[in-house]
Ligand binder design. Structure first.
Ligand SMILES: Cc1cc2nc3c(=O)[nH]c(=O)nc-3n(C[C@H](O)[C@H](O)[C@H](O)COP(=O)(O)OP(=O)(O)OC[C@H]3O[C@@H](n4cnc5c(N)ncnc54)[C@H](O)[C@@H]3O)c2cc1C
Length: 169
């Protein structure tokens, strides 16, 4: 990855990070969102949404078992595969976050998939699967934000990428 200047690096694009990053990008800042796994985080892929589909399925089975003696006859044949299929196909797109990534980049944000670490003041290092990735430079020069511009650092070896933020140490 080429070293890039960016106004803000948002590390972790779960519901909190995605919302913050999107709003900052919409406000005109050069925002780099970094996500190690899936944009959207825990909630849509492993938490809120899949769990509610499981709970709903369980409630349906329980309700169907109440039919005898109250409303006729029923035969209940539970099938976890149907629940899993709904989660995979309808909720998570097979754990594919393309829609969420597009939603963020649609706000003008720049996305990097990888694990980020703050490695120095004003410096975030992202370990990506590819080792290098060019992040587009901000439309505005950092000086317009009152930051002191400094030369961009080169990419690091060993699959590390450096995002060199303006105004950093
Ligand atoms: C079973 C279950 C059911 C739930 N149901 C509900 C519900 O009904 N309603 C509700 O409001 N909440 C629910 N939650 C909670 C909800 O999922 C969390 O509150 C929410 O996801 C928190 O969002 P977040 O952005 O703070 O963190 P997360 O969703 O955890 O996102 C953090 C993201 O940061 C990324 N990340 C972390 N470190 C790095 C790094 N160094 N570099 C790059 N990326 C990094 C992670 O990969 C992750 O994607 C549920 C949780 C569970 C487990």
């Amino acid at each position: 990855m080429d070293a890039e200047r960016t106004d803000i690096v948002v590390i972790g694009m779960g519901p909190g990070g995605e919302d913050a990053a999107g709003k900052l990008a919409q406000a005109g800042l050069h925002v780099t969102g970094v996500e190690a796994n899936l944009v959207g985080g825990e909630c849509p892929y492993w938490g809120c949404v899949p769990s509610k589909m499981m709970i709903r399925a369980g409630n349906l089975l329980a309700e169907a078992r109440r039919i005898p003696g109250m409303a006729g006859a029923s035969t209940v044949d539970p099938d976890w595969a149907a629940v899993a299929r709904r989660i995979r196909d309808e909720a998570t797109d097979s754990w594919d976050d393309k829609v969420a990534v597009d939603r963020f980049t649609g706000t003008g944000g720049h996305f990097v998939r990888g694990r980020a670490r703050i490695t120095a003041r004003g410096e975030v290092t992202v370990e990506t699967a590819w080792g290098s990735r060019v992040v587009p430079r901000p439309a505005r020069h950092p000086r317009q934000h009152g930051h002191r511009a400094r030369p961009a650092a080169g990419p690091r070896a060993g699959g590390h990428a450096v995002l060199d933020q303006p105004g950093g140490g």
